[in-house]
Ligand binder design. Sequence first.
Ligand code: PYC
Length: 403
Amino acid sequence: MLDIFRKRRMWRRRPELKDSYDVVIIGGGSHGLATAYYLRQHGITNVAILERNYIGSGAAGRNTTILRSNYKTPEGARFYDASVKLYEGLSQDLDFNVMFSQHGHLTLAHSDRALFVMANRAEVNRLAGIDSRVIGPAEIKELAPAMYVGEDTTYPILGALYHPPGGIIRHDAVVWGFARGADAGGAEIHPGTEVLGLERTGDRITAVRTNRGTVRAGTVLNCTAGWSTLICDMAGVPLPITTHILQACVTECVKPLLDVVIVSSQMHVYVSQTDRGEFLMGSEIEPWTTYRMQGTLNFLQDVTRHVLELFPQLERARLMRSWAGLCDLSPDYSPILGKTEIENFHVSAGWGTYGFKAAPIVGKTLAELTATGRTPDLIAPFELERFYEDRLVSELAAAAVSH
Ligand code: PYC
């Protein structure tokens, strides 16, 4: 092969599956790939990432690309803040441009009650050292001059929670960057490799059965988001998770109008403008449970109605694409991250609509747990065990998606 083509390959071709790995990661999305990447920092390189489809084909490729850390609980805020900080340095770490546009995030308040909740969130955020504050309509207008902030609307804007470090990022660049870094560190990426079963002896998983053969594993990590309950069922570990869809869509490209992320819980919308110029918008999580990633007309009608109240100038813009992603919802809307009752089987699950934001910090902390056997302090509040000990970390209503 010519050198020029060899250099341009992002990662090695899929090799044959070996009989055994130190770590088998199920799920080739942002969490699985990030974990493989950070495992290398602990000298663990005999790693296989098993992906049923192509890498990034699940939630990593079907999200809204929003990053932020203005969460409701101190545990959540600290955790997502660590993630945003890793994202800030990720292009440099990976030597690959992940196109993080950190241009700020506004959560609109349309009632006194909403303003009170925002003020509360700002306090929690600031105590964790996170830049987050309540602002009034004049400052909102300065930050988003194209948005309609008149009082003659269904939901007049009284203020907003302003979070300057929030922004958007290229989701596929994150997937490709982590995949390239993981591959360079020796991890094997196996797309088209479906997990069919887990072999368990006592408190250990001994092997992973796949459509390409059975592999023995020192540690198994379940990073399959929307499908995490199915994989955990194979291990005999029930998860308190239900899987739903969240839909989003983009318009055709229009001239630059918006360079902050706009979110409204009351209108159930979030809107941003991509680097290409599309308006990316989404609405609330669908209430029914499903693994079918199929969109609905109702969603398109609702989301466009609300977005047009904020951006009437988009009236003639055409919709180009829509998609639905799986969201694995836990009872308190915080993740289920770390150890399970099986000593060599750890999970990254229960993300709801927050998973993509957490990819680097999940990778770093899961890698540390795998390498040392100790749960890092940052993720201790998110252990599965909390549901048996009544230690919930409620992130209910920390987003505009009805959860
Ligand atoms: O939590 O920022 C968020 C979000 C946006 C869309 C879905 N979740």
